[in-house]
Design a protein. Sequence first.
Length: 187
Amino acid sequence: MPITLVEVLDTAIKIGLGSLIAAVSGYFVLKKTHSNERHKEKINRYYISQGERKCKYIEFIAQSQIITQKYIYSSCNCQEDDYINYLTIFSEVQIISDNQMRVAAYKVYSAVNEYIVFNSSNDYELTLKMRKGVNDAVGEFFAFAQVDVSKEFKSEESEQCKYIVNINNKIRKITKHFTGPASSAGK
């Protein structure tokens, strides 16, 4: 039985369409895989950043407590290395934090400054009041820091769901377009 031109063309079209469908689906799979890799990288960066913030918060609180204890009976002249180190860690916290943490860090910084600069007076009640201000600001900072460093990563799930639905719809359209004529030609 000789092979006719129609059979050869039919086979060629089927092979070509099969290859096209494989290429299109391969493209979408590759694109999705790349998207998943970017998402994993974003999650990884989030948790690394969160760990760095946690270390800075701990260092800032520790420096706040140390400098407050150091100047319990005297005032600071703000030119010493410990104070300059304190300013450095405060600035780092200001840079890496969100607005809520910046405000809380500034309250701690302000209360510590007030305490270490004006603590030279012999007014016991004033010293207690200023120390309470430091403790309150530190407590508030601790509360905000705990919330900040224990947040779970929130992905853009709704965006991803829209993307997946969009891809599925495109694949259906392409499949209908290519399988429609081929299935009717076979009848």
